[in-house]
Design a protein around this ligand. Structure first.
Ligand SMILES: [Zn+2]
Length: 233
């Protein structure tokens, strides 16, 4: 299965074939896919599968060991090898891309370990180990917006996973295991600002994120602080 979204995150539609059907879960696997499977705090894509003049809703996309499965509203009329047009819901995906890139900038702006995170349509968040309450909301917002205005390029690099043996600090989010493909890790590089293993979909430049607002900074447990981020659209 070619995971087109790993290198081209802007593809909205492809022609492909059904590779497998999972009747029990009303799910299919495509030969090639542009659908991101829920993982690493980024939601799975929704969208539609079009075949024989029929549009079938994709309610969710999940990721298992080596497969990406689309959960469909109905699989009744489908068969293996059938040609389909696969289309993602671009409004949602593009928002997740901007949010995901914004979270990497937040991560790069706070020199504390990340304990969790979640990308959402309205708001996203990262949790930090911040027992001394060092995070300052206004400073952070200013810092991230300045970084975005500098228009850094965002690119992907596939690097031998052994790099983590000598540089384990490259993994910023301890709760998320970076996805390994053929012994290689996919890294996301944001100019000279951020470099970390990540399987997610990002925008091409930081300018595309627009402007962000830091929402609530919440105390979650004795050491954990949750920083919410919103896009100022
Ligand atoms: Zn990421």
């Amino acid at each position: 299965m070619a995971k087109i979204f790993e290198e081209d995150t802007y593809r909205k539609e492809i022609e492909t074939k059904i590779k497998k059907i999972d009747h029990e879960n009303k799910a299919i696997e495509l030969e090639d896919t542009i659908f991101y499977g829920k993982s690493g705090g980024q939601p799975g894509d929704i969208g539609e599968i079009i075949t024989n003049g029929q549009k079938i809703e994709v309610n969710d996309t999940i990721k298992s060991e080596d497969a990406i499965k689309n959960i469909l509203k109905s699989i009744d009329s489908l068969s293996v090898n059938q040609k389909v047009t696969a289309r993602i819901n671009w409004d949602k995906r593009y928002k997740y891309m901007r949010m995901h890139s914004a979270l990497h900038l937040m991560c790069a702006s706070i020199p504390l370990s990340v304990t969790g995170g979640q990308i959402g349509f309205e708001k996203s968040r990262l949790d930090f180990n911040d027992p001394e309450k060092k995070i300052n909301k206004d400073e952070l917002q200013k810092k991230i917006n300045t970084l975005m205005g500098n228009n850094h390029q965002i690119i992907y690099e596939f690097i031998d996973s052994k790099i983590l043996e000598s540089q384990p600090e490259l993994v910023r989010t301890m709760s998320v295991k970076p996805p390994k493909i053929d012994g290689k890790l996919r890294f996301v590089k944001i100019g000279n600002v951020d470099f970390q293993p990540c399987g997610g979909t990002h925008v091409k430049t930081t300018k595309e994120i627009g402007e962000i607002i830091i929402g609530k900074v919440e105390n979650k447990g004795r050491m954990n602080r949750r920083v919410n981020i919103l896009l100022n659209d």
